[in-house]
Design a protein around this ligand. Structure first.
Ligand SMILES: N[C@@H](CCC(=O)N[C@@H](CS)C(=O)NCC(=O)O)C(=O)O
Length: 263
């Protein structure tokens, strides 16, 4: 918890959950800009209720209270932070580069961000061991009982349609896994062409690298993601983003890492 110490600072509160990659991205933005803030923990599966009770129109994290405003969504938040605290900049001043960064940030939010969230929801809803791991990870008491008790809420969250039009069903998960090598290749390309700056990271870098870092946590995907150049900066930017998520995916759905598929 980072309590605002200086009365001249506006009161900033980030509603977040540690496992959420867009929350990690926004938290890093606040840290980079040196903005003192409160962290409000939102319990997984409770966000639609918690955030509405806190006066937000949307029921997703990250959500930010800033100068009395309520701002939901990582892209809206990156812009609000940039407007309020320009330095260090999350967006380049050069118009052509800024357009590239905004396009990458949007792709990161709409196409890449849903992938690890969907995989996790799918796994937790279907795999009893993973469900119990998740319950322990968030610190719920009586893990076996709690893992049973959350099943109706999980079933409900499975129906969420993401920005890419997919829900957490088998067809979508298989499509995600088939597309993942191409997505990671795109991230590597965005890094090498300088769209995703690292020193300091821009809004697209944080949006995308938080997703890559969460993908690295899936034991099923560690080898594939680790074979891409983007894995290292993702670890460097988000060193404390939790431990390995136990395997749950059907091995036959996974794409082989590049060296194996080339053989
Ligand atoms: N794409 C949005 C939405 C983020 C989002 O879906 N957050 C998840 C946690 S990672 C959530 O709170 N979901 C709740 C729900 O779908 O109702 C953003 O970047 O802020």
């Amino acid at each position: 918890m980072h309590a605002p110490a200086d009365a001249r600072q506006p009161r900033v509160a980030l509603y977040w959950m540690a496992i959420s990659h867009p929350c990690q991205a926004v938290h890093k933005m606040l840290e980079l800009k040196g903005v003192e803030h409160d962290l409000v923990d939102v319990f997984p599966l409770s966000q639609r209720i918690h955030l509405r009770l806190a006066g937000f129109r949307s029921g997703t994290v990250p959500a930010l209270k800033l100068d009395g405003r309520r701002i939901s969504g990582s892209r809206a938040i990156s812009r609000a932070l940039e407007e309020r605290w320009g330095d260090p900049a999350l967006f380049p001043t050069d118009p052509e580069l800024r357009a590239r960064v905004e396009q990458a940030e949007r792709w990161g939010e709409e196409r890449l961000q849903p992938v690890p969230r969907r995989l996790f929801r799918y796994g937790v809803a279907r795999d009893a061991e993973l469900r119990e791991w998740a319950v322990r990870d968030v610190g719920l008491p009586f893990p076996a009982l709690s893992a049973q008790a959350i099943r109706p809420a999980l079933a409900w969250y499975l129906r969420t349609v993401e920005a890419d039009g997919r829900r957490a069903d088998t067809a979508a998960v298989r499509a995600d896994l088939a597309e993942l090598p191409a997505h990671l290749g795109r991230v590597d390309q965005l890094l090498s062409d300088g769209t995703l700056a690292l020193a300091p990271p821009n809004a697209a870098t944080l949006q995308i690298m938080a997703s890559v870092r969460l993908l690295c946590r899936f034991a099923d995907l560690a080898e594939l993601v680790g074979s891409h150049a983007c894995a290292q900066p993702a670890h460097e930017l988000f060193p404390d983003f939790g431990g390995a998520i136990p395997p749950f995916l059907d091995r036959s759905w996974l794409s082989a890492p590049p060296s194996e598929s080339a053989a």
